[in-house]
Write a protein that binds this ligand. Structure first.
Ligand code: SF4
Length: 480
């Protein structure tokens, strides 16, 4: 009988750190420089000129021009790429490095990490660059602030945004409203309170709210907070009896792993993990890796350092994006690299949120459902990631929880089984339907035509903005 192969062929792969000296700007960088968090932070690429200085003539001028245009006309995030991340683009670990010029430029354009960390104008869609219902703060996190930076959306858990910066800025960042430097397209919101006052207000809310047991300590990225300040906050959090789960959110575990394996940070995490263990609190790290090539020995070293320091688990929350990881092979390669090589548990893949200029990254709900089906059964159940849609005013819903789905127009309808903090008096909250939209270019022609006919882009955008503004005002009035 002829054997037919599995749809996905599993192979254990050894992790490899790409050779950074292949890049013209880093030919003389030593391993000890590379392992230094300080060196990595000082050599982040923040501009087209700095990218040129590293890549030399590997890239053709057309790429730099494409990038410049994107930064002027489309980018919602400013550029910030640590050397560790740039070095994983076109890594040339399995294949010979493409030759400088046209071949390297094409490979760089096609690279999954480049595609979301260094977006260029030609990546974006020209027909519908933004969905008509795309908004800043598309998840309405600010509307649900119960203290500045503290989002209370789910009944038992909160998100504490301690700071608005990261060691790396991702082009698709869902918190583009607040995180990072302003771009020509997006003037960022600013926190009003000083960090110490903001943290005090958060801790005060948590002490007064015994129904909250789970705190995601986030930003931005907690790797940008001076360790002593973060440790002081965590120590106070650990004194609150109702807090039973603490998760530290840091993409830097992958983007700048040198931070997390630095001796002072490992020692500090060890102290916090010890206190957590004594008090029966679960301390975990949640990171954000989107592509298997990002999982290198340095990332594994950081993850192991955290586990050895006493953190209960390191989990990954990736984002599902077109051209980055939207095939079963890419998702499973990533999950196995995380689990086999770095002891990181695959946990979620989020659908990319409906922020402006994200249509080229977003996939349809139907595609997300298909991908969920395709990846089932290969990984242990506890590390099989759920693909979830973060539905505005609802929160995470597994993609198969949709109530109704108009595939022609790409409109899905969802319900929820809890009230958010702004719905305490809303008797309709659990019976109402909430809406999410597929990217219009993924619809059949009849659906695309429906949107062309039905939508006055300007009116829809104005209505969405007005709605966001009024809900924000309502939320703010609850704070005072
Ligand atoms: S690390 Fe997270 S918060 Fe920071 S830019 Fe990336 S997605 Fe946004």
């Amino acid at each position: 009988m002829t054997q037919v192969s599995q749809p996905y062929a599993y192979h254990r792969r050894e992790l490899v750190e790409p050779d950074w000296t292949r890049l013209p700007g880093w030919t003389a960088v030593t391993p000890s420089d590379w392992d230094s968090a300080q060196w990595q932070r000082a050599h982040c690429v923040k501009s087209v000129a700095q990218l040129r200085a590293v890549m030399g003539d590997l890239l053709e001028d057309r790429f730099y021009a494409d990038l410049e245009r994107d930064q002027a006309e489309r980018a919602t995030m400013s550029m910030l790429v640590p050397p560790q991340m740039l070095n994983t683009m076109v890594p040339a670990t399995d294949d010979p490095m493409p030759s400088a010029g046209a071949a390297f430029t094409e490979a760089f354009y096609a690279d999954p990490v480049r595609r979301y960390m260094i977006p260029v104008f030609s990546d974006r869609r020209s027909d519908w660059p933004s969905h008509p219902h795309a908004t800043r703060d598309s998840l309405h996190e600010h509307d649900m602030w119960v203290a500045e930076g503290l989002t209370h959306r789910y009944p038992t858990k909160v998100l504490a945004e301690l700071l608005p910066t990261c060691p790396q800025y991702c082009g698709h960042c869902t918190r583009m409203d607040l995180v990072g430097n302003s771009t020509p397209q997006v003037a960022k919101l600013k926190f009003d309170l000083k960090p110490v006052d903001r943290q005090a207000a958060m801790l005060d809310y948590l002490r007064r709210t015994p129904t909250v047991r789970d705190v995601v300590v986030s930003g931005g990225d907690v790797a940008n907070m001076p360790w002593k300040n973060l440790e002081a906050f965590l120590d106070q959090l650990l004194q609150i009896e109702n807090v039973r789960d603490i998760r530290l959110a840091t993409k830097a575990l992958m983007g700048l792993p040198q931070h997390w394996f630095a001796d002072d940070v490992v020692e500090g995490v060890g102290r916090v993990a010890h206190t957590a263990r004594e008090r029966g609190v679960s301390l975990a790290i949640h990171t954000h890796v989107n592509s298997a090539q990002s999982v290198t020995p340095a990332v594994a070293r950081a993850s192991r350092a955290m586990l050895d320091a006493g953190v209960r688990d390191v989990r990954n929350q990736g984002v599902l994006m077109r051209g980055v990881n939207d095939t079963p092979e890419r998702l499973l390669d990533l999950c196995f690299a995380l689990a086999d090589g770095a002891m990181i548990t695959p946990y979620y893949f989020y659908m990319c949120d409906m922020i402006p200029f994200a249509e080229h990254w977003r996939v349809s709900l139907a595609e997300a459902q298909r991908l969920q089906h395709e990846i089932m059964g290969y990984l242990p159940g506890f590390s099989t990631p759920r693909i979830v849609c973060d539905v505005p005013f609802v929160g995470k819903r597994w993609v198969h929880q949709v109530e109704q789905y108009d595939r022609e127009r790409g409109i899905s309808y969802w319900r929820k089984n809890y009230r958010t903090s702004i719905e305490g008096a809303d008797t309709e909250a659990l019976s109402r339907e909430y809406v999410y939209y597929d990217p219009i270019d993924t619809l059949p022609e009849s659906g695309r035509q429906w949107w062309r006919d039905a939508v006055d882009h300007e009116q829809v955008l104005a209505a969405a903005t007005e709605q966001a503004a009024s809900s924000r005002a309502a939320a703010q009035s609850q704070l005072v």
